[in-house]
Every structure is written in structure tokens, then in C-alpha cells.
Design a protein around this ligand. Sequence first.
Ligand code: ASP
Length: 362
Amino acid sequence: MKKDLIDILDLSTGEIDELIATAEDIIANPDAYAEKCARKKLATLFYEPSTRTRLSFESAMYELGGHVIGFSDATNSSVSKGESVADTAKTVNCFADIIAMRHPKEGAPYVASLNCSIPVINAGDGGHNHPTQTLTDLLTIHREMGRFEGLTVGCCGDLKFGRTVHSLLAAMSRYAGVRFVLISPEELRIPEHVRTEILDKQGIEYSEVRSLEEAMPQLDILYMTRVQRERFASEEEYLRLKDSYILTPEKLLTAKADMRILHPLPRVNEISVGVDADERAAYFRQVHNGKYIRMALILKLLENNAKGAKKSTLPPEETLRRDLKCSHGRCITGIEQELPHIFRLTDGEDGVYRCIYCDTKA
Ligand code: ASP
């Protein structure tokens, strides 16, 4: 296992099994873990709002006996003076043992990981990835359903900008017999790189549909998402799409009795509060699980660091191109003038190059 967690695919399925087993052991024996991170410091560098992710990282570190430093609002840090992500990472490297970073620009945690020696965890980058939410989702699915194999997973809502869906699809695609039903308006379909690099490449069975009602009876998991207002270029477009799907108790009448409803939260109005009392609503149990899986992850990455595990690196030089420019509006290269634009040759797509930070096609 690597030292950093930037993309959920940095973890093998075996490593995910290990993290789930550790989380279960922490839930059963919390006292045994109370001093495991004594004298260690977690830096939470949050350049974008968060309730669950930041607080669960922080409470995870406290419950391991460690300390927390950092910022929850980048305007209070030197970022407001124009400091680059690389320089902030080099600085925090002098103070902390591990970093959890959230950033509105895609690829920022990867840039941090390339510029420091301590482990870096991606706590959400733009509309790109959110691997620790996926670990939370996986622990929840495992606890609620007892398995991953053979499940039909419906992802509903903003599949374009919803980073948690992108990481979840990547993670669940590795289990046998998993099928996806992707429920979204045309404008919020999953990004091209997720479709080609994850689903098509591995021959995963999936369908893209518009109607939640039609999809409902076949689902084992319904993963609801919020329409991501902050990532829309136009407020008008957001207003047009924001109420695309609203889950109500009536819509659940045709759902399987043991289906589970997950949501990374926060919800706006896409799940009516009337659903909360339904046994199938697992989203607040999911929040609870997030703390335990993050405890397991912090422990594992610090242990890997002590054993000299590998840091993130660039892909092999012979697969890179440095003469192309990334024009994706949410890529970290868009705000950091001195960051080199680098593209990698993808595996399995003939001659296609993608930005190493945001995965956008050249
Ligand atoms: N909390 C999740 C995230 O940070 C989902 C959301 O914001 O809608 O991506």
C-alpha cells in the first residue's frame, strides 16, 4: 500500500478489506485504540466547506489519542496571500505527521502529495474524487448488506459534478457481478473519463436512465446525491436542474424491502425528511461509519509511513507529454501559473492522453 490516498484505486480490494476489518475492530474495542496516535499530528487543510469530512477526520484523530492542526477556511491562511499548494504542503510537512486536504480545484491533493514526505489524504478535490467518502460508503454497504458482490447500485442525481459517485463507481466496479443504474438528467450524466476509463474499460454492466421510479424495483443500493450548486457555471442552469429528483416515502413503495439508501450528505431537498424513519435509510449510520474508517485509514497510512512505503510519484516519464495544455476550468493548473501541465498516456484507450491532475482528455 502507498503512503498517500489520492484516488480510491490507490487501494487494492485486499487493502480495503483490511481497513474494513480494522474499522470493525475499533467499533468493537475503542479503548484498545485510544493511544495509538499519541503525539502524532493530523493537519486538516480545508480550502472548501465541510461538516462531516473535516469533523470526522478530526474526531478520528482525537479518538486515536492524536492532535489536530490546520484550517477550515483558506482565507485565514497564507493561501489568501497567493501561496501555492506545493509551498503550503512543504510548510505543513515541517509541522504535521499526516495531511487531509480538501480543495475546490481538481488535482490539488495530488500536487500536495508530490511536494511533501508525509502521507496526504484527498478529502475531496473539486468535482473529481472523494476516496474517504467511498471508504465510508463501502463500510456502510458491507455492514448493511454483508457483501459487495452481485449488488445493483443506483446512483441518482448530479453524477457529473458529484465526486463521491466517481470514486464509488471506481471502487465498486472491482467486485464481481456489480451492476450500476445511473439515474440523472441528460445535463448531469457521469463525466466521459469515468465512463471510458472505469466502466467501459472493465466491461461493467450499466445503464443510464432518467426515471428514478422506473429504476427503483431493481436496486439493492440507492445512492442519492445533491445537485452541486457550487460547480455550476450558471446559476440559471442550477435552478433548472436542482429539483430533478426528490425521494419521498411514496416513491419507496416499489423498492426492495432490504434496499439501502445512502447519501454522502449534506442533503438539500433530494430526500424528504419523511424518509428518515424508514429502516432502509442508512445515511446517518453512514456518517457514523465515516469516523471509524478514517481512524483505520490514519492508522494504516502512519504505519506505512513508518515502514517506508512509497509516496505518490508521476507516471513513468516515457508515458508523459509536457507540450499540451489543460483547459478544464476546475483543474489546479488553472489557478497555479507555475505548475507544469503534464498529460499521461492512458492504459487501454488508443493514443489518448489525460491531464495527470484532473483526468481531462487532451
Ligand atoms: N459531502 C460530499 C462532498 O464533499 C457530498 C456533497 O457535498 O454533496 O462531495
